[in-house]
Design a protein around this ligand. Structure first.
Ligand SMILES: [Mn+2]
Length: 285
């Protein structure tokens, strides 16, 4: 494993947390004493970026019902109508407010949501509950059980609270989620998806991968994909890849061109990690 970039987290006392990018203040005195220069640099670069009014492209994953962290991230990013936020799935389940987050995202044309295995499970289970047709093969009861075993029970409760118009919005939003997105930012190519690419071969066309190979893939710490583009994914909390050996707060995991951004925000000691594709800078809330 090779970490391309190491960024220190701000000290726990830091009131700026890198987050308050609206201010020109440097990190707190303790941070400065600890020489958290990377944060200062990032903050300055971010400020220049925002001041120029340029659009920013960011990517986040596995919000898992953490509504407050999602809102805080938008604030930290100063997320505006010219920016784009790619969300690599698993907005729902485990935490309580997944569908509320999806409702908010559905109203934002510049938030692009990709399918996660939790959204796929919810589609199968809710189809079964509402007596509709399953969108993927399998027995409905099994689908419901699988969803509940993976923290879907809390989301079902959330879903049932929605009024019929909101349910419609959510339903069409879920069904429209793509499995992957290929984009280019500043001359760098990115493939964005939820879990990874099982049975990977660089020659294999993307449309050839089954949904499960993308949604449930568990890369290992040494997994690499393409030489000419970054693959950015979530699904596997970085704690699993570092085997708890990393020191300090959890960080986005990079192994050559494979980048895991799931910092396990719904779990104790987890954070919501966000990668800015323009600068490759990391933001945490
Ligand atoms: Mn997942």
């Amino acid at each position: 494993m090779k970490l391309i970039r190491k960024i220190k987290a701000p000290c726990p006392k830091c009131p700026y947390k890198l987050g308050l990018v609206q201010t020109t203040a440097n990190p707190c005195p303790q941070c400065r004493e600890n020489r958290y220069q990377t944060y200062e640099r990032f903050q300055q670069r971010f400020l220049t970026f925002a001041e120029r009014g340029e659009a920013m492209i960011c990517v986040v994953s596995d919000i898992h019902g953490c509504y407050d962290k999602y809102r805080e991230l938008l604030k930290v990013l100063c997320f505006g109508k010219n920016d784009t936020l790619y969300v690599l799935g698993d907005v729902i389940d485990r935490g309580p407010d997944g569908f509320q987050i999806l409702l908010d995202m559905a109203q934002r044309p510049n938030v692009v949501n990709l399918m996660g295995n939790h959204e796929a499970m919810s589609v199968d289970a809710i189809s079964y509950l509402l007596g509709g047709k399953l969108t993927s093969e399998g027995d409905g009861k099994k689908a419901l059980k699988l969803w509940f075993c993976n923290g879907g029970d809390i989301s079902l409760f959330d879903f049932l609270q929605l009024d019929s118009e909101q349910k419609k919005v959510i339903w069409s939003y879920l069904l429209a989620m793509p499995l992957y997105k290929e984009i280019e930012v500043n001359g760098k190519r990115f493939l964005l998806l939820h879990g990874g690419l099982d049975n990977f071969s660089p020659e294999r066309p993307l449309e050839d991968y089954a949904a499960d190979e993308i949604l449930w893939c568990r890369p290992n710490p040494d997994t690499t994909y393409y030489a000419d583009r970054y693959v950015v994914f979530g699904h596997t909390p970085v704690q699993l890849l570092t085997d708890g050996k990393g020191s300090g707060p959890v960080k986005i995991y990079r192994n050559e061109n494979a980048i895991d951004i799931d910092c396990g925000c719904v779990f104790p000691n987890g954070r919501l990690g966000c990668l800015c594709l323009d600068t490759m800078g990391e933001i945490y809330v």
